[in-house]
Design a protein around this ligand. Structure first.
Ligand SMILES: Nc1ncnc2c1ncn2[C@@H]1O[C@H](COP(=O)(O)OP(=O)(O)OP(=O)(O)O)[C@@H](O)[C@H]1O
Length: 606
């Protein structure tokens, strides 16, 4: 179907559930609210009974009309109809209120479950799937689900109304009732035929909406780069493409849904004509009374309404089912990182050993093959290598963000797969290349590592980093607001906050992806001082980009195509004139204090 369906494929974790499975699972969410559900059902029955009273009351009056008592009878009738109307309104009010409460609470729980599922997925999940599409599942899909449950409860009342009316009509005249119901199978057939196409189309509308969300999210996240490269028009064009696709998919769905309703009305009109014609004849032949005939004609609309509603709202029902299918698929997505045990993590010393590690992100490329490295507790190891060599991957494996395919990773001699990951992560401090700060104050961000830390503790760690001088440059010190993602702070200040955060966490192992961005010499010195404090007495894995850090490391490991090709300290490796010396010439030489353009190359023996 070309453009219309481009990019609307299912995500890899999507699955198809049978309707019965979905309904059972949805039922599970409603189970705890059974008292309210019982209340709703009673009100629905009362509501339907009262709504069906009007034609029955009028029909009875018609048959018992006699000239002398006409006014009195009409008065009584009006009174009854009024009473039934007020009662029906009251029942309906409470029913809607109970429904809103039940559905609201169920959606609250479903959304919380979906959110928990998202935050507990491993990192590979976020690499693989766009965040906009994930957001869409947690927000609009749960909303669709809510809309459909409300609708279903309303339909339930209409179905009851239908059953009551059919019961009364059967009691009045079996033949005419059966005649009235002849068109029912046609309506059901049309609705069923509609079902298959509806589910597919609604799935696509939800996917197209998720695509729009994802596009907006990506553009806003990368707005600085886009503006820098003056890509506004291209971004707009790309958005227009995705937005138009969503428009076309919605249009198709709308066309189908709106097309079905007139067809159903047409079928019901044929039914009405049949009843009016044959009913009229029966009255003339004195087979039924005028009151009964009135009851049949009046009941027709009440009778068709539930049928047409069920058929035409089938689409929304399908929309709700496919929305719940998408949410449940998110809940059921299988974790790639699989722990074989959940053992408590003792106070770690911080020894790390990769044994014949084999790792790849996907089928396309093996990132580490038979990788062997042992890092002693308390050692600072700098990993260096060309871009794409596998340095960050090694760090991500230590953080247990990804599953490896072969070999072992031992922490203090114990298989990392046996740890309770929640506890393990507590012993692990991570300083990413671009530090992420949450909106709030500098103090809030430092405290993120340990929410129970006192103000005094936060102040103490902040002052420990770079002697605390950096705090003076902040307009309101620790109470300075950092803005979204820390945008109101300079990159250097963000890094200092990230270092203070890790110091407060006090982990046994630190993973640091050193920033490549250039920072002014003063901040650089403050960061270096901060690092000296943080790295002391801890195992540190540094993906190093600064010569000063590399020189301070106990050991440098050179990574090339996922293998450790050389190791030693700076002086030793420089003397050797191998891989490290080559990297030095390319990346680090110009950072040396003795650097002179065109000079300072070390000889490489290869
Ligand atoms: N999330 C991912 N999904 C698929 N492949 C990835 C992913 N992350 C990295 N890779 C690939 O794995 C290989 C190793 O990447 P890695 O990030 O570990 O390199 P690196 O040495 O840290 O590079 P750099 O110094 O540029 O950060 C690269 O070929 C990269 O393309």
């Amino acid at each position: 179907m070309g453009f219309f369906m481009d990019g609307l494929d299912a995500e890899a974790y999507d699955r198809s559930y049978k309707d019965s499975q979905l309904i059972r699972r949805i039922g599970g969410y409603f189970k705890p609210h059974w008292p309210l559900m019982v209340g709703i059902t009673v009100l629905v029955v009362l509501n339907s009974g009262l709504d069906s009273a009007f034609p029955i009351l009028v029909s009875r009056s018609l048959d018992s009309l006699s000239g002398s008592q006409m006014l009195q009878q009409a008065g009584t009738l009006v009174l009854f109809i009024l009473l039934a109307g007020v009662l029906s309104w009251t029942c309906n009010l409470f029913r809607q209120w109970f429904t809103a409460r039940t559905v609201g609470t169920v959606v609250l729980k479903l959304r919380q479950d979906a959110f928990r599922a998202v935050i507990s997925r491993d990192m590979s999940f976020f690499d693989e799937f766009s965040s906009g599409k994930i957001v869409s599942r947690v927000t609009s899909d749960t909303d669709n689900f809510a809309a459909v449950v409300t609708l279903t409860l309303n339909l339930l009342s209409q179905v009851l109304l239908f059953l009551i009316i059919v019961g009364v009509l059967l009691f009045k005249n079996v033949q005419l009732t059966l005649l009235t119901l002849t068109i029912m199978p046609i309506i059901i057939l049309v609705a069923l035929g509609f079902r298959r196409i509806a589910r597919r189309l609604t799935r696509n509308t939800q996917r197209s909406l998720a695509r729009v969300n994802s596009n907006v999210q990506e553009i806003i996240s990368g707005i600085t780069i886009a503006k820098n490269f003056r890509q506004e028009q291209n971004m707009y064009d790309e958005f227009t493409k995705v937005n138009k696709q969503s428009y076309h998919v919605h249009l198709r769905t709308g066309f189908l849904y709106n097309g079905i309703f007139p067809i159903l009305i047409l079928i019901t009109n044929i039914g009405t004509t049949i009843v009016v014609y044959f009913g009229g004849h029966s009255v003339l032949d004195r087979n039924i009374s005028a009151g009964d005939w009135f009851l049949f004609v009046q009941s027709l609309m009440l009778l068709w309404l539930p049928l047409t509603s069920i058929a035409s709202f089938w689409s929304q029902f399908q929309q709700g089912l496919s929305a719940s299918e998408r949410v449940f698929a998110l809940l059921d997505a299988e974790a790639h990182v699989k722990q074989v045990d959940q053992q408590k993590v003792p106070q770690l010393k911080g020894e790390i050993e990769f044994k014949d590690m084999i790792f790849s992100y996907d089928q396309r490329q093996t990132v580490l093959s038979k990788f062997n490295v042992k890092i002693k507790a308390g050692e600072t190891v700098a990993f260096v290598g060309h871009t794409g060599a596998g340095k960050s991957s090694i760090a991500k494996l230590i953080a247990r963000f990804y599953e490896f395919q072969g070999g072992q990773l031992l922490i203090d001699g114990q298989d990392i797969r046996t740890f309770d990951l929640h506890e393990y992560h507590r012993s692990l401090g991570i300083v990413p290349q671009i530090p992420f700060l949450f909106s709030g104050t500098v103090a809030d961000n430092i405290r993120y590592a340990r929410p129970e830390a006192t103000d005094e503790e936060v102040r103490r760690v902040a002052e420990h980093i770079g002697g605390g001088d950096w705090l003076e440059a902040l307009p309101e010190g620790l109470q300075t607001l950092v803005g979204e993602t820390g945008r109101s702070l300079s990159m250097g200040q963000r890094q200092l906050v990230a270092l203070a955060r890790v110091l407060l966490q006090d982990p046994a192992i630190i993973i640091m992806d050193e920033a490549t961005a250039s920072i002014d010499p003063l901040t650089e010195a403050q960061i270096q001082e901060g690092l000296d404090v943080i790295l002391k007495n801890r195992t540190a894995i540094v993906i190093a980009h600064r010569l000063s850090t590399i020189r301070h490391a106990d050991r440098i490991i050179v990574i090339e195509q996922g293998r450790s090709v050389e190791e030693g300290d700076h002086e030793e490796l420089m003397r050797r004139g191998g891989h490290y010396a080559q990297l030095y010439n390319t990346y680090f030489r110009h950072q040396s204090p003795d650097y002179k353009p065109g000079g300072g190359f070390v000889s490489v023996v290869r």
